[in-house]
Structure formats: C-alpha cells, structure tokens
Design a protein around this ligand. Structure first.
Ligand code: NCD
Length: 304
C-alpha cells in the first residue's frame, strides 16, 4: 500500500503516467464512469476547503464510487478529544481510501503510519499540498505543452503557502526551470526550501519584492493568497494582505503567452478585470484538479 504525503512520493515517471491518464479521462469520460463501482472514498477535512474536498468527491463520483466524510473538525469526534490516529483507524474500517486535510504540519504522515488504507494528504498546515501540485502540473502541461524550460514567478505568501512549497519541490525535478520568488520580506520562502530543494538541486532563483521587476521574463505567474489562518497576530495580516494586487496595468510588460495561475481561493490578490484576460488560467486549473484526482484515485486503488 502506498500513501501520497509529499509530492516526492511520486516519481517523475509516475507523474507522467498520471498526466497521461488524466488527459485520457478528459477525452473519454464515459470509459471511466464505472471504474470505481463499489469503492468508497472518505474525505476527512479538519480544516476548511471548497475545491480540494469537492473535487475529490466529484472525482470519485465520476468514477462510479461513493463518498463519505466530514468537512470540519467540529462535526467529528475530534471535538470530543479523539486523536487523528484513532479517527483514521476507524475510517479505515468504512472506506477504501482517505483524503485528509489538517491544520498541523505532519498530520497526514502520522495518520499514514496508523492507517490500514491509502492516505492522500490534501494539505497539512503550511507544509505540503501534493494534489494541488498534481493539479498545477496538469495545468502547466495542458497550457504550456511542457514541464521543462520554464521561468516561473511565485508571488504572495511564500512562507505559509503550502501549494508553493510542493510546487517548487515538484518543478525542481524538470530541466531548465528558473524561479522568481516575489514576496514581502516577512513572507519569504522558508530557508529549508531554499537549502534542501533549490540550492541542493542547483536551481536558479531570484528573490524580489517587486512583482513587475521580472514580469517580462515569466512563462508562468503563480499568485497566492496571504494565509490569514497561519498568522500569529491580526495586525501583521492586515498590513500584508493587500501587498500584491495583480491587474492589467501590472501585466503590461508580460509575455503574450504568460500563464496566470492561482490555487484559489482568491481574496484581493488578483483584480477581477484579469479574469477576462485569456492568460488567466485559474478557473481552468480548477477543472484540471478533478481529472488529475480521478487519475490519482485509480492509481492508488490499483484500478486498471
Ligand atoms: C490552497 C490551500 O488550501 O492550500 N487552496 C487549495 O487547496 N486549492 C490555497 C489557499 O488556501 O490559499
């Protein structure tokens, strides 16, 4: 049995296969509609979610399977003091596979050590979010037709943004990738990502506070929300929340084929006028998320 806790749990080859299956699903959905008949997915969300939870559920339903679960810790026995390990052992008696999100870093790893069914990490605190990264990789492959030779700007909350951490880890395995890390000083990328991922793999990167400084070099601009729930005090959040607001003016110098991504939810960091720009890929990205999760469920349940 294999779990998906960190994006590195999947090899580059396995990711290529998942993207291939997702593309096949996009083109022949009917073929997949009974692949998971009789199987159950449990979505255990100890932290809020719209896209991740619902895309997992939609994915399983489109494969013919069923879904059980909860969408907040308050509605589960966690509120009575039950440990994550006990919850996981219990749910393993009811479901064939579990997708879980938890506010604590490392919670999915701990859960996987106790689980009798495969666990998918749907976000653990400010740490990792491997299935958003699979979504992002399918988006990049579909929008740019490649996963190599790209200059990627990551903008916003690079400190707490788990999607950014997993995406850097994943993209660092492809050829000729450069990163432009755009954030205020307080929200810079954590040292461990710089040391253990970027420097270790000799990946070229630049850090800046100015979103426009390298705009004309970018193939991808990945915007992120300032992660309010991870701040220790409200004042810091209020000061930083509107640091970047991407609008058409700021995109003036950008390439004609720039791909603008965002894991969503968006708060203020992308102005609504950008939604009409053909380079805005974030709502297409939402849809890719369902297809790659369908491919992932098939792989983890060993359905061929
Ligand atoms: C992200 C998350 O939860 O980390 N959203 C998502 O899963 N699509 C990003 C965020 O909450 O800002």
């Amino acid at each position: 049995m294999k779990h998906l806790i960190d994006i590195k749990d999947l090899s580059v080859e396995e990711i290529k296969d998942l993207i291939e299956v997702a593309n096949d699903i996009i083109h022949s959905r009917e073929k997949y509609s009974h692949k998971c008949d009789g199987k159950k997915l449990a979505t255990l969300f100890f932290e809020p979610s719209t896209r991740t939870r619902l895309s997992f559920e939609a994915a399983m339903l489109e494969l013919g399977g069923n879904v059980i679960g909860f969408s907040s810790a308050n509605s589960s026995s966690t509120s009575k003091g039950e440990s994550v390990s006990d919850t996981i052992r219990t749910v393993g008696c009811y479901a064939d596979i579990i997708a879980m999100r938890h506010p604590k870093e490392g919670a999915a790893l701990v859960a996987s050590e106790k689980s009798i069914v495969p666990i998918i990490n749907a976000g653990d605190g400010g740490h990792n979010h491997p299935t958003q990264t699979l979504t992002d990789l399918l988006t990049i492959q579909c929008e740019k037709s490649r996963l190599s030779d790209l200059t990627i700007g990551l903008c916003g909350d690079l400190k707490f943004g788990r999607t950014v951490h997993s995406l850097i880890t994943a993209m660092s395995r492809y050829k000729n990738i450069k990163f432009i890390l755009i954030s205020p000083t307080e929200l810079k990328i954590p040292e461990y990502i710089k040391e253990e991922v970027l420097k270790k793999n000799k990946i070229e990167f630049k850090e800046t506070k100015d979103i426009e400084e390298y705009m004309n070099d970018l193939d991808i601009l990945y915007m992120t929300r300032v992660q309010k729930e991870r701040f220790f005090n409200e004042e810091d959040y209020v000061r930083l929340k509107d640091y970047y607001i991407l609008n058409e003016e700021k995109l003036k110098k950008a390439k004609k084929n720039l791909c603008i991504m965002h894991p969503l939810p968006r708060v203020n960091e992308i102005s609504k006028e950008v939604d009409e720009d053909p380079r805005a890929a974030y709502f297409r990205q939402v849809e890719y998320g369902k297809y790659i999760r369908m491919a992932l469920i098939l792989k983890m349940l060993e359905v061929h």
